[in-house]
Write a new protein. Sequence first.
Length: 215
Amino acid sequence: MNEFSIDLLHLQKSYARPVLKDINLHIDRNSYLAIVGKSGSGKSTLLNILGLVERYDGGVYRFNGNLIRNHTDYAKLRLRYIGFIFQSYHLIPTLTCRENILLPALYAPKSKRRSLDALAEALDIKPLLDQSVLTLSGGEKQRVAIARALILDPCLLLADEPTGNLDPKNRGIIFDLLRREHAQGRGVILITHDMAAAKEADAVLELKNGVLTER
Ligand SMILES: Nc1ncnc2c1ncn2[C@@H]1O[C@H](COP(=O)(O)OP(=O)(O)O)[C@@H](O)[C@H]1O
Ligand SMILES: [Mg+2]
């Protein structure tokens, strides 16, 4: 797996008003962090900036020591290093599970890829691969979405309320999977507003008034 580190220094982001005011954070493959905070506190904004989806306004973002500027080719870095998981799965409804999982590989045909078979086995979705994603339960959808997040062997997994729509049994399954991927050397950042869920992580940070503090 690729080595990686991210450093945010005095990072800022505003929309109509300032959302992130002074964010300082170091992440690497040893990180399993939960970020908690009220709705609207900027958790998704921070995750999207970390995941190279959203641009930032001020401060410094270093990826593997290199300054990420707003003209940097975000998509290439994102595909190579980062896997995203969302509360509402964001699967493509017209595709099968297999097609959804392999979608990132279409954009990165030369990238190293994990075995789809092995991933499907580990996530317990093998019998579902050729079904439409519309036929799946929530827990199954999230496991397919996790397979898609893992197919290009990312070193960082970013999960935005990944269990927000799931029952306790499926929540447990997803947290076991995140823990296992972390044990294999992937950094994990988990966003949640559920303190019980946050305890799954090795450290909990709260986003409040635009800054992160330890809890
Ligand atoms: N693309 C956007 N355009 C304008 N305002 C936005 C955008 N995304 C988020 N915001 C605003 O930024 C604040 C933080 O949003 P968000 O990061 O989604 O918070 P959280 O995930 O903690 O609920 C909110 O006030 C929200 O309305
Ligand atoms: Mg959010």
